[in-house]
Design a protein around this ligand. Structure first.
Ligand code: 3LM
Length: 410
């Protein structure tokens, strides 16, 4: 059998995994240690000088972290990966590595609230300016670029608007101008979308979400070329210091082994729930790439293996309707985060994206009537029963007047 030709699903547990050479343990051991002992002074000096391979201190490298990094590089089709203590540590680690004062970033409208907060801080403290643009339109990207633009930063699907951005087209335009494309692939995971294969330069994950999959850890990963990742490791990982704990890396590896089966079920459930929501009179609009009504439904078919497990929708009654729904669910958990076994619901405008000023939120489509659902692995009929009892009291006609933005996207 050619082990190099394994399919993605088999590589989740076979690709880079090797049983422990000394004990034969099927699951590789957890190296829960802060530091590594040298044989003598010369060896310690050689390791610090990079003259000899070997571990020094876990913030600089650890076998359990190395195993996770090899796994993530393999799954994203990259040369290398670096693990971080959170998705935000990965985002900041990559951006601090790529940017310096005076540089310019173009970011997609509607990115995760803390990423918005980080870019805001970079502007305030270090004069790195960011222009937000609707990157679903290439003209908008072109219009936002400047001679100082060093990075195009995007999510696709975008959290929480579920817009899709054409990775091939954006990467082509960026390459011609020598700009790096950084893609936050948290919502899709490498099972459904591999941005590097479409021309992006770096990929970031909040591994807290689908990769971990069980709501029991916080972690992040950055993936890209060998030299770039080594530079990240030796600067913003080593010196800023957001390393992942070996135990969380070990748990994350356990989660990753079941990514394919979990994602398949997330997608089956999300498709059913998106259709249910489309038919409910209290719902004005459903934003799910798997629906024909989604403005980038065709792109979803070519860019993603499946439309994923995240859905956003607009409910009748504005903020009051959103409150009535969120206070009415029983099975679905009212909480931020996503990609876990349970179905999670939240209100982006007052929760995950509340840091974005209101006018910018409105322009990006993060309105008071917007609800985000991370569809879990429960029996879909049970989720639908819970959604029904939370939506029915809201009433509504099912149709909302189109906004300017909606008509442009339609
Ligand atoms: C959330 N998101 O509920 P951590 N990139 C994306 C993300 O969605 C997130 C991160 C990076 C949510 C978390 S909000 C207080 C809870 C697309 C996180 C950051 O640092 O691992 O949380 O990842 O949307």
């Amino acid at each position: 059998m050619d082990m190099k030709a394994l399919s993605f699903s088999s590589r989740l547990m076979h690709g880079t995994d090797k049983p422990c050479p000394t004990t034969g343990s099927l699951i590789p051991p957890l190296y829960q240690t802060s530091t590594f002992v040298f044989d003598n002074m010369e060896q310690g000096g050689h390791r610090f000088a990079g003259k000899e391979e070997g571990y020094i201190y876990s913030r600089l490298g650890n076998p359990t972290l190395a195993e996770l990094e090899a796994k993530m590089a393999d799954l994203e089709g990259a040369e290398a990966a670096v693990a971080f203590s959170s998705g935000m540590a990965a985002v900041s680690g990559v951006l601090l590595h790529l940017l310096k004062s005076g540089d310019h970033v173009v970011a997609s409208d509607g990115i995760y609230g803390c990423t918005f907060g980080l870019l805001d801080m970079l502007e305030e403290k270090f004069q790195v300016k960011t222009t937000y643009a609707d990157l679903t339109r290439l003209e908008a990207l072109e219009g936002a670029l400047r001679s100082e633009t060093r990075v195009i930063y995007l999510e696709t699907p975008v959290n929480p608007t579920m817009n899709l951005i054409d990775l091939k087209a954006v990467s082509k335009m960026a390459r011609q101008k020598g700009i790096k494309v950084v893609v936050d692939n948290t919502f899709a995971t490498p099972y459904l979308q591999r941005p590097l294969e479409l021309g992006a330069d770096l990929v970031i994950h909040s591994a807290t979400k689908y990769l971990g999959g069980h709501g029991d850890l916080i972690a992040g990963v950055a993936v890209g070329g060998k030299e770039e990742m080594e530079a990240v490791r030796l600067t913003t990982l080593k010196d800023v210091g957001g390393m992942l704990s070996p135990f969380d890396a070990w748990l994350l590896l356990r989660g990753i082994r079941t990514l394919a089966v979990r994602m398949d079920r997330h997608v089956i459930n999300a498709k059913k729930i998106a259709r249910f929501l489309e038919d409910h009179p209290a719902v004005h609009q459903v934003l799910y790439p798997g629906l024909e009504s989604h403005p980038q439904h065709q792109l979803a078919k070519t860019q993603m293996a499946a439309p994923g497990g995240m859905i956003s929708f607009r409910v009748a009654g504005g903020r009051a309707g959103a409150r009535s729904f969120l206070d009415g669910v029983r099975l679905c958990r009212l909480t931020v985060s996503l990609g876990e076994v349970c179905t999670l619901v939240q209100h982006p405008a007052s929760m995950t994206h509340s840091v974005i000023p209101e006018d910018a939120r409105q322009r990006m489509g993060i309105t008071e009537d917007l609800i985000r659902i991370s569809v879990g692995l429960e029996e879909p009929e049970d989720i639908i029963a819970d959604l029904t009892s939370a939506l029915d009291p809201i009433g509504g006609s099912g149709k909302a007047p189109l906004t300017d933005r909606d008509s442009r996207l339609a």
